[in-house]
Design a protein. Structure first.
Lengths: 183, 299
């Protein structure tokens, strides 16, 4: 009996450790690009949070809308005030999962392309997003890169007629994170 | 037996924690990093109407301002309700950094050249650093370059100079509502009569209310303390609308002030806001910004 409980105890300790394998960053780089013949707009945020549960492939990313930096101050002001309404909707959050997840072997350097799907919430709207991501292991760190497009209309972001030629209807989003083990 | 109980308890504890680990919000593991969130866009541009607003031109940005105040509306149809004649001020404002800006301008009214410096010493913010208001100091000077006509007074540069010191204390109360107080001191090196004071104290109040993302209603009033200025001078009152269209801000307004610089609209407004609408002027400020210094974004 004592042995049984001891085994039980060890088993759950192991489970606990495995499910505790989480990797994170607080300096994830998220950028977006709006490209039209009249105007190129890009915004960069280099203090995005990202956590990956290596045991399950669960992935979460969050970024502060006000943290996006632009080349022109006026773009940044309009981005916050007129488009993203960052006082009302301060964060953009992605909660998702690496599809058909087979456990990453952190001990070996290498590169795989995976499919990530989940919910992207911003400007008060949640939409399903699916994208390919490149995940590489480099000396115990996980480097994740993803590119995908979103439609502004999906997120209830309206472009006034006056500037409709300066702002793309579809934005390219880039995510680049270097994750380290969470202790 | 005791040992067994402890083991059972421990096992359940671990079972519980490992199960809850499946459910938990991964991001909450990182905790919140507190940042300072500076309030911006309290006003659409760096002026309420005539008064300086608590906003600065952004760092590295040049703001070219074309402002007009037309003849009084009560000139009637003969003068096309004032549109036949205008006072013009052309101005350049530049944001030196996040808290300081400088500007120059020339007004056709009394052929006056003015310059100013505006420094924000408190910035409204929340988060790590909490500050309920924005406070700025504005220092301006102006020189009248009209041909000298007074034979009794020598034409010296010092007789043509005016200075203004102004505190701007304000707050963006909500997304749409901002309010500021502007205690002001205008100093005039030379005044026309003994009854007029060289130093004129006034209290300005300015506000804006956004009625849509790109349109706001603005108003300002400047109260003059009694017995300082020439007979017939009135307190300046202006109401207007701001329309923002990307790189431009259009400010359209009605004001009882003809001049667009402090020494003029604070101490030399003559229009009256009564039914006669005597000396009320229609006017506009158009602001066009140019980004001279772009922020570096490495990829």
């Amino acid at each position: 009996m004592r042995k049984f409980f001891f085994g039980f105890y060890i088993f759950f300790m192991v489970v606990n450790v495995i499910s505790g394998q989480k990797y994170f960053t607080k300096t994830g780089h998220i950028s977006f690009y709006s490209d039209t013949p009249l105007e190129k707009i890009e915004g960069h945020n280099k203090s995005s949070n990202c956590v990956l549960d290596v045991a399950t492939g669960k992935l979460e990313v969050a970024t502060l809308v006000k943290g996006f930096q632009f080349e022109k101050a006026l773009m940044q002001e309009h981005f916050n005030e007129n488009y993203m309404e960052s006082d009302k909707f301060p964060k953009a959050v992605f909660k998702g999962q690496i599809d058909n997840y087979s456990k990453l072997d952190i001990s070996k350097n290498g590169k795989v392309t995976v499919k990530v799907s989940g919910d992207l919430t911003m400007h008060g709207v949640t939409k399903k997003v699916t994208t390919d991501a490149v995940v590489s292991i480099n000396n115990g760190k996980i480097i994740a890169d993803a590119n995908f497009n979103i439609l502004l209309a999906d997120y209830n972001i309206k472009i006034p007629a006056l500037v409709k030629d300066q702002i793309a209807k579809s934005l390219k989003i880039k995510v680049a994170c270097t994750l380290e083990p969470l202790k | 037996m005791m040992f067994k109980n402890v083991l059972i308890a421990a096992s359940f504890l671990f079972l519980f924690s490992s199960l809850s680990a499946q459910e938990e919000d991964l991001l909450s593991l990182l905790g919140e990093t507190e940042t300072t969130d500076y309030t911006n866009a309290s006003f659409k541009t760096n002026r309420v109407i005539n008064l300086h607003s608590l906003e600065n031109t952004a760092s590295g940005v040049l703001d070219f301002k074309i402002s007009h105040r037309f003849n009084p509306i009560n000139n009637g149809i003969y003068d096309f309700f004032g549109l036949d004649g205008a006072n013009i001020r052309l101005g350049l404002d530049y944001g030196v950094n996040d808290v300081m800006m400088v500007g120059i301008g020339r007004s056709s009214f009394e052929k006056t050249i003015d310059g100013y410096i505006k420094y924000k010493f408190l910035r409204q913010s929340k988060g790590k650093k909490n500050m309920p208001i924005t406070a700025a100091l504005l220092l301006t000077s102006a020189v009248n370059t009209l041909k000298w006509t007074n034979p009794d007074v020598e034409d010296l540069l010092k007789n043509r100079l005016f200075y203004t010191s102004q505190l701007i204390l304000g707050r963006k109360f909500s997304e749409s509502f901002s309010l500021q107080l502007s205690p002001t001191l205008v100093h005039r090196n030379l005044v026309e009569t003994l009854a007029e004071k060289n130093d004129v104290f006034a209290l300005g109040i300015g506000t804006r209310y956004k009625i849509s993302k790109r349109i706001a209603i603005n108003g300002e009033y400047i109260y003059l303390l009694p017995d300082q200025v020439a007979n017939g001078v009135t307190n300046s009152l202006s109401v207007g609308v701001d329309i923002e269209t990307g790189g431009h801000v259009f400010q359209l307004h009605f004001s009882n002030s003809r001049s667009m610089i402090e020494k003029g609209f604070v101490a030399e407004s003559y229009g009256t806001w009564d039914s006669s609408l005597e000396g009320i002027h229609f006017g506009f400020n158009i602001s066009r910004v140019f980004t001279l210094k772009r922020k570096k974004l490495e990829n």
